[in-house]
Design a binder for this molecule. Structure first.
Ligand SMILES: Nc1ncnc2c1ncn2[C@@H]1O[C@H](COP(=O)(O)OP(=O)(O)OP(=O)(O)O)[C@@H](O)[C@H]1O
Length: 480
C-alpha cells in the first residue's frame, strides 16, 4: 500500500514544484512591472496605498478561499470515488453479463448520479464564496482606478500635475493591477491543493515500511516451515490463523483443504509475504522470510491465485509475464503453455501466440478475441510455470474451472513437471489432492488434521467425511 501511495503521490512533488515555479515566474514578472511603475508613483505618495489596495485585497481573498476549497475537497472526495467506481463498473466488460442479467444498470446509474449530485453540490457550495469575492474584487478595481484618476485629473485641472502625469498614472494603474493578477491566478489555481498534497506526500515518505526486508537470498529448493504462526488482518480483528505449525519439505506436494473462510488463502498470502504474521515465523531453508530479500523471495515462488488476472495483452505476454525479465523468450512461453495444456488453444487463435486477448481493445481493426474461463485458468497456470527456477509452486484452486479430463491431465503433468519443487495445492475438490505427500485440513485457522489420504480416511475425521460426501455424488450403479 505504501509503495502504491508513493507511486501515486510521487506526482505531488513535481506538481508542487511546477506550481511554485509558475508562481515565482509570475511573481518576478509582475514584481518587475509593479516595482518599476510603482516607483513612478512616488510622484504622488498618497496614491500608492490606494492603488495597492486592490491587488493586496485580491491576494488575501484568494488565499483565504483557496485554503477553504482545499479543506472542503476532502468532504466530497469519498463521494467522487464512489462515482468513479460506479462509472467504471458500468463500462467494465467483465461486469456486463451480471449487470444485464440481474438488471443492475438502473441501480448503478442512479447511484452514480447520486454521487455526482453530492459532489457537484459540495463543489458549488465551495465555489460560491470565491465567486462572490471575485465579483467584489472586480468592482473594487475600477472604483480604485476611477477614484485615483479623478484625483489626478483634478490635480491636472488645478495645475498641481501635468497631462503627462495623468497618462503615466493611468498606465501605472493598468500595470500594477494586471501584473498582480498573474500571482492571484496562480494562487487560485493550485495553492491550497498543492500544499495539502505535498503534506500528504511528506506523510507517506515518513511512513515506516510495513514489510521491512532483509538481504539474504533464498535457496532454490528448501524446506518451508510455519512455526506457531498467528495472523490477523487488523490488530483489532479476529485471528485468521491460530498457531499453525506446518512443514512443506523440498520437493513435496502438500494439499490444503478446509471450508470457506478457514484461512487457506491467508496462509498463501503469508508465504508470498504480502503480510507478516503477528506471532511466530515462517522459514525458508531455516531462514526467516523477514530476513530474505523480498524480490528474491517472490522470484522463487510461482503462484496461480484463486482470483488470477486475465490481462488485456497478447497470449504470449499473458503467459510470459510470469517471468517478466524473459518476456520475449518464446521458447519458455511455449514450454509452459504445453505443460499447462493450453498450447493447442493458443495455436488455434487467429494470430497464435501474438493474438491480443481483449474484448476492450481492438487488434489491428480486428474485434477482440478472448478465452473461456477454463482456458484462461490454463493460461494463468502456464504463467506460473514460466518460473523454471521457482522453489515453491502455490496453486490455489488451479483447476476449478477445468473440465474433468483437463483437470486430471493437468495434475498428471504438474506432478511430473514439478518434481523436486515444493507444491502447495489448495482445492475444494479433494480428489485433486489425493496423491499429495501430505494433506492438511484447516478449520477456523487451526490445523485440524494432517496425514496422507489413506491415513486421513482411516482416521475417519472431517477429511474422511468430506471425501465420502464428494465421492457419494459420483455413486451410480452404472459406474464401476
Ligand atoms: N483482506 C482481508 N481483510 C480482512 N479479512 C479478510 C481479508 N481477506 C480475507 N479475510 C477474512 O479472513 C478469513 C479467512 O479467509 P481466507 O480467504 O483465507 O479463507 P479461505 O480458506 O481461503 O476461504 P475460501 O475457501 O472461501 O477461499 C475469512 O474470515 C475472511 O473473511
Amino acid at each position: 500500500a505504501v509503495t502504491l501511495a508513493l507511486t501515486v503521490l510521487a506526482g505531488a512533488g513535481p506538481a508542487v514544484s511546477a506550481w511554485l515555479t509558475g508562481l515565482l515566474v509570475d511573481e518576478l514578472t509582475s514584481g518587475a512591472a509593479s516595482t518599476g511603475l510603482a516607483a513612478v508613483l512616488v510622484v504622488w505618495p498618497p496614491m500608492v496605498p490606494l492603488l495597492l489596495i486592490c491587488p493586496a485585497t485580491a491576494v488575501l481573498a484568494r488565499l483565504a478561499t483557496a485554503w477553504r476549497e482545499a479543506s472542503t475537497e476532502e468532504s466530497w472526495v469519498a463521494a467522487d470515488r464512489r462515482r468513479l467506481f460506479y462509472r467504471s463498473l458500468l463500462t467494465d466488460v467483465r461486469a456486463a453479463k451480471e449487470i444485464r442479467l440481474f438488471g443492475l444498470g438502473n441501480l448503478l446509474r442512479a447511484r452514480m448520479v447520486d454521487s455526482l449530485t453530492a459532489v457537484s453540490g459540495a463543489r458549488l457550495a465551495a465555489d460560491r464564496p470565491r465567486t462572490l469575492a471575485q465579483g467584489a474584487l472586480a468592482l473594487l478595481g475600477p472604483v480604485v482606478g476611477g477614484t485615483g484618476t479623478v484625483v489626478v485629473a483634478v490635480g491636472v485641472g488645478s495645475g498641481r500635475a501635468s497631462v503627462g502625469d495623468l497618462v503615466l498614472f493611468l498606465g501605472t494603474v493598468a500595470g500594477v493591477q494586471g501584473g498582480v493578477s498573474g500571482v492571484v491566478l496562480q494562487l487560485g489555481v493550485g495553492a491550497g491543493r498543492a500544499v495539502r498534497l505535498f503534506g500528504r506526500y511528506l506523510d507517506v515518505l515518513a511512513t515506516p515500511d510495513d514489510l521491512p526486508q532483509g538481504r539474504e537470498t533464498p535457496s532454490g529448493q528448501a524446506e518451508i516451515r510455519f512455526h506457531d504462526v498467528w495472523f490477523r488482518y487488523r490488530d483489532d480483528g479476529p485471528w485468521v490463523l491460530r498457531g499453525v505449525d506446518l512443514a512443506i519439505p523440498a520437493g513435496a506436494a502438500v494439499g490444503l483443504v478446509g471450508v470457506n473462510g478457514a484461512g487457506k488463502s491467508a496462509l498463501v498470502k503469508l508465504l508470498c509475504r504480502f503480510y507478516d504474521p503477528q506471532r511466530g515465523s515462517i522459514t525458508w531453508g531455516g531462514v526467516d522470510l523477514r530476513e530474505l530479500d523480498l524480490a528474491a523471495l517472490r522470484a522463487r515462488i510461482g503462484v496461480v491465485f484463486q482470483e488470477f488476472t486475465a490481462y488485456d495483452l497478447t497470449a504470449a505476454e499473458n503467459i510470459g509475464i510470469g517471468q517478466v525479465n524473459a518476456l520475449g523468450d518464446r521458447g519458455r512461453v511455449t514450454r509452459a503453455a504445453i505443460t499447462a495444456r493450453v498450447d493447442d488453444v493458443v495455436d488455434a487463435l487467429p494470430d497464435g501466440y501474438d493474438t491480443l486477448l481483449s474484448r476492450t481493445h481492438a487488434d489491428g481493426g480486428r474485434t477482440g478475441v478472448t478465452l473461456s474461463g477454463g482456458q484462461w485458468q490454463r493460461a494463468a497456470l502456464a504463467r506460473c510455470l514460466t518460473r523454471d527456477d521457482a522453489g515453491l509452486l502455490v496453486l490455489d484452486e488451479p483447476t476449478s474451472g477445468l473440465d474433468a479430463v483437463g483437470e486430471h491431465r493437468v495434475h498428471e503433468t504438474l506432478r511430473r513437471h514439478a518434481a523436486g519443487r515444493a507444491r502447495l495445492l489448495v482445492s475444494h475438490r479433494l480428489s485433486a489432492l489425493r496423491g499429495a505427500d501430505l494433506i492438511v485440513a484447516l478449520s477456523g485457522g487451526r490445523i485440524a488434521e494432517r496425514g496422507r489420504h489413506d491415513e486421513l480416511m482411516d482416521a475417519g475425521g472431517e477429511y474422511a467425511r468430506l471425501f465420502r460426501l464428494q465421492a457419494g455424488g459420483y455413486q451410480d450403479g452404472r459406474v464401476r
